[in-house]
Design a protein around this ligand. Sequence first.
Ligand code: UDP
Length: 317
Amino acid sequence: MRILITGGAGFIGSHLADRYLSEGHEVIAMDNLSTGSTANIAHLAGHPRFHFIKHDVTHYIYVAGHLDMVLHLASLPSPVDYLHYPIQTLKVGALGTHNTLGLALAKKARFLLASTSEVYGDPLVHPQTEDYWGNVNPIGPRGVYDESKRFAEALTMAYHRYHSVDTRIVRIFNTYGPRMRLDDGRVVPNFINQALHGEALTVYDRGTHTRSFCYVEDLVEGIVRLMASDVYEPVNMGNPREFTVLEFAQKVLEATGSTSEIIFVEPTDERTKDDPQVRCPDITRARTLLGWEPVVPVEEGLLRTAAYFSDVANRRG
Ligand code: UDP
């Protein structure tokens, strides 16, 4: 197959590129490198079935030749990023999805929207099932991300219904692993970097918020299965093992063998405004329809991720 991955130099996109290349497919990675990095795809330079196009998907997309699949991963998924780049966040979710759907229609390609657990907002149903419509504040700082992804889902279903585009929607819950940006501000890079450098782990508020963490390799397996299936309804993908942020900080200390202390901080910017109090996927649909569930324990995933972060830190000197 010939596969376009937007956000292909990003964290998840670059792992998907590796996976499809390893199966013998041709991969075109498209990225404007705003949060993605050529370091994530440097090992693919010169690969005969890999191509990179530097392009911003909020502008018209031109790709020569046929495409079998378009996977739209381009996004600014970190709360800190979408505080800094609210308009770009809205544009990549809305205009970027419109352009990539138009491309999939023109090429008769199967389309994947990388959606998010943020469509559930600060959820009133727990764990979250796909038929829950969510609790989103449209005008809060997270609204730029949440609403752009909700719009993107609506647009994807409209192309599915009106243009018969063969679409898939994955709602990705917190995912972590090698190639996350060290400074993206999310909890996994923050805590691991703090632990590795002997700095205090910064738990926001009282650390009672819950999240669950899926290792990237598990997510990639789930997306590949979804793309090979005929499931066009949204599918949650994440690890159903739930932690409070405080428990997770302790897990990071254990995994890294760090003696850092844990401190409670109140961020002065809006990064914790509308912070979902709980988040955990119900993955019954993925289990039933795709036979998928995560297999990498968080203890193991954290070890691998910490090894990656310390390697990057060493290379930077
Ligand atoms: N968080 C924290 N300390 C940090 C970074 C994040 O306590 O240094 C908390 C944050 O308030 C949230 C959770 O960890 O409750 C997950 O935040 P993240 O930014 O990773 O992404 P989110 O799941 O909110 O999209």
